[in-house]
Design a protein around this ligand. Structure first.
Ligand code: HEC
Length: 193
């Protein structure tokens, strides 16, 4: 065994093993290395708590799903307005969320936040938008056209110039999300005022 070189301190003791004639000093890990390790441990605890214990952050699958919905929403926004497109929009969470916002800001006053209007409260002005009974037609394009034009004589405003076609498609999709494709459509003649 070779003696310690004189310049080496107490800390740098030689470790007892010998491999292939090579001996090692028992070096203390450098501080930058240790602090980096401690930092990663602290980060791990926070990261694990956020995503695994409290499940506060989205999972990768949710992130991918939301991103795909956003891409599809952008594609559908420029598509023409027809029944299949509007039904497809009604199944897209990015679009129905936008439609919900349009609805809450413009429609809930009369049709109520629940969409149930007169069916929920007799003092509501607008009719129920969740049932299968429609006055002006229940096909997606008919609902879209009715919202655009309104029924001024009956108190349903004309939304076309206020909201524009994109927001009307979004709010129509939101209404349709409370229905199912293929549900029966019961036509009710407009009541005389
Ligand atoms: C000022 C009150 C008021 C507001 C605000 C309003 N509506 Fe209406 N809405 C009505 C009334 C009243 C009717 C019923 C008209 C009729 O029966 O002739 C109606 C009817 C409708 C119908 C037709 C229902 C059917 O059975 O055919 C749809 C769809 C509709 N509204 C959607 C909307 C949407 C979407 C908004 C928001 C962008 C909105 N309404 C905002 C009062 C309102």
């Amino acid at each position: 065994m070779t003696p310690l070189p004189p310049e080496k301190s107490e800390e740098d003791r030689i470790r007892p093993h010998v491999y292939d004639g090579i001996q090692e000093f028992d070096k203390r890990l450098p501080n930058w290395w240790l602090y980096t390790l401690y930092l990663t441990i602290v980060f791990w605890v926070g990261y694990w708590a956020y995503f695994e214990w409290f499940r506060a952050g989205p999972t990768s699958a949710q992130e991918v799903g939301a991103e795909l919905a956003r891409i599809e929403a952008a594609r559908l926004a420029v598509a023409q307005v027809d029944d299949p497109t509007l039904w497809q929009m009604s199944r897209n969470p990015a679009i129905t969320a936008a439609g919900r916002a349009v609805y809450d800001a413009n429609c809930a006053a009369c049709h109520l936040a629940s969409l149930r209007g007169k069916a929920e409260s007799p003092v509501a002005i607008g009719p129920d938008l969740t049932d299968n009974v429609w006055v002006y037609g229940g096909r997606p394009v008919e609902v879209h056209a009715l919202i655009t034009k309104g029924v001024l004589a009956k108190g349903m405003p004309t939304w076309g110039p206020v909201l524009g076609p994109r927001k009307i498609s979004e709010v129509t999709a939101f209404l349709l999300s409370r229905h199912r494709e293929g549900d029966p459509i019961v036509l009710q003649p407009p009541s005389t005022p």
